[in-house]
Design a protein around this ligand. Structure first.
Ligand code: ADP
Length: 476
């Protein structure tokens, strides 16, 4: 049996701000299909979580966590859901706040969480052979696992879901946060700052990221956010494993959020669209295809390109809906567009899981022109709901979306290469043209109904990676 403990800052269905939560929520479900894996997950217990989850948690123990010279308490809770055991670390000072990120002391909050995870290993009736951390919030847990060896021979895996977020703090807080010799600074420091992501890249036994293309891209300065030297150094321990999605969770045949369930019928997608547009007050236009964006409203998602060309594209016979929250610049821009084009565009500035699913179901096209995209789940969810993705060829978008080729009839979407607004506009016009050519549109639609991006193959690759770290289990 391989005992694996996932460490993460978010996990669906308990708490979610983006794709990380989907992955941490669904990968253990697939891994458990292989009886050799016992995967458990440890998370912070945020005030923001639904009362329903909190009321189902069982209290285990309270223990002290040393952060440098200070002592903070941690209360450990557990919950079993879909046959996976979850642990939650509660601390009023760090996690009883609105939302989950965006505080001046986020660095300290997740350094605390990392210390608490290492301490919790002594208090749970589970001895992981592999500690598998996800993103910068868990980087220090990976470093401490290597430095302190809380469990003999425990190995570490670290997955980069997004290299842009690194958890950077002034290096002089080292002594405040750690009772460690100064020789450990260099492994956690980058460009004169304490860097949680770098700490994990330095200390982890194996590093993964969420698509093969992104694994290559982040060795180059354009994508590496400054960390290419260390990734090049560690390249033999770095692999890209594409994310899957939970096919049961995102299934238009059974999704309870939809107005009308369907397998592939376009007419039923239409019914969803009519009801959704009624609900949000955007008049439905029979012959205008619907283009949607569902995302965190941040620069990464290629929104500057959209800003450049959207009004020009709105001259065409189309409708457009955006769902998202994020940077004020983009929230303001899309709200303004919606107020100036009330018959054509709507902006839903909110985070709402049910509306997201209704939109995936209603749309004809899903727009994702990202500047960079480690994997991207939204384009895969769109395919599940029979919505055609339009993407930029980068990272996981490049690995999952093949541009439709009119000559061969192959492909599952539309794409463009350069980060250029008019290349995006060009591909939007092209998508509209094909939408109005019944034979080709029919072919493209047929292609996407065959698409499957389940976790099966990727989970197999994770198991192989774990096995490679635990050779005694194979040979012993
Ligand atoms: P990222 O992790 O960079 O945010 P992904 O494409 O990997 O991007 O995953 C985004 C996930 O978050 C998808 O499940 C998407 O549907 C969901 N999502 C993004 N914005 C919203 C929103 N405003 N409301 C509901 N769900 C959202």
């Amino acid at each position: 049996m391989n005992n694996i403990l996932f460490v993460a800052s978010e996990c669906a269905p308990f708490i979610k701000t983006g794709g990380l939560a989907d992955v941490v929520g669904s990968l253990p479900q697939e891994l458990k299909q292989n009886e050799k894996q016992e995967v458990r997950v440890i998370l912070p217990l945020y005030d923001e979580m639904d009362e329903e989850w909190k009321s189902r948690m069982e209290y285990l123990v309270t223990f002290d966590v040393e952060i440098g010279w200070r002592i903070q308490e941690a209360h450990l809770f557990t919950l079993t859901y879909n046959q996976i055991t979850y642990y939650f670390i509660s601390n009023d000072f760090y996690f009883t706040r609105k939302g989950i990120y965006g505080y001046y002391d986020d660095g300290e909050r997740f350094v605390y969480f990392s210390h608490a995870v290492i301490e919790a290993l002594k208090h749970m009736d589970f001895r992981p052979q592999i500690l598998h951390g996800h993103d910068w919030q868990t980087g220090i847990a990976i470093a401490l696992a290597n430095i302190k060896q809380p469990i003999k021979d425990m190995k570490t895996v670290f997955t980069i879901h997004n290299i842009k977020y690194q958890g950077v703090m002034p290096v002089d807080i080292f002594e405040d946060f750690f009772q460690l010799g100064r020789e450990h600074i260099s492994g956690m420091e980058w460009n004169g700052m304490l860097n949680c992501l770098k700490a994990a890249l330095f200390h982890a036994d194996k590093i993964t990221t969420v698509s093969p293309s992104y694994a290559e891209e982040i060795k180059e300065p354009f994508y590496s956010e400054g960390l290419d030297p260390i990734l090049s150094e560690r390249s033999k321990d770095l692999i890209g494993i594409i994310n899957g999605i939970d096919m049961k969770e995102y299934n238009p045949v059974t999704d309870p959020s939809l107005f009308v369930n369907y397998r592939s019928a376009r007419l039923k997608k239409r019914e969803n669209r009519i009801k959704l547009q009624q609900k949000i007050g955007l008049p439905y236009k029979e012959d205008s295809p619907l283009y949607v964006i569902i995302t965190r409203l941040v620069e990464q998602k290629g929104l500057h390109l959209v800003q450049h060309i959207l009004e020009e594209f709105l001259n065409e016979d189309i409708q457009f809906i955006v769902l998202g929250t994020g940077e004020p610049e983009f929230e303001g821009y899309f709200s303004d567009i919606a107020s100036r084009y009330p018959d054509k565009a709507a902006a839903l500035i909110t985070f709402d899981e049910a509306i997201a699913r209704q939109l995936y179901a209603s749309a004809d096209f899903f727009l994702m022109p990202s500047k960079f995209e480690p994997c991207g789940l939204s384009q895969l969810i769109a395919l599940q709901y029979k919505t055609i993705p339009i993407v930029r060829e980068t990272g996981g978008l490049k690995d999952t979306i093949t541009p439709f080729n009119v000559l061969t009839g192959e492909g599952n979407g539309f794409s463009f290469t350069n980060y250029n607004a008019h290349d995006l506009l060009h591909v939007l016009y092209y998508s509209l043209e094909l939408y109005n050519r019944p034979d080709e549109w029919q072919q493209l639609y047929k292609n996407i109904t065959k698409n499957q991006f389940s976790w099966k193959e990727s989970a197999r690759q994770y198991v192989a990676l774990y096995d490679s770290l635990l050779p005694e289990l194979i040979y012993g």
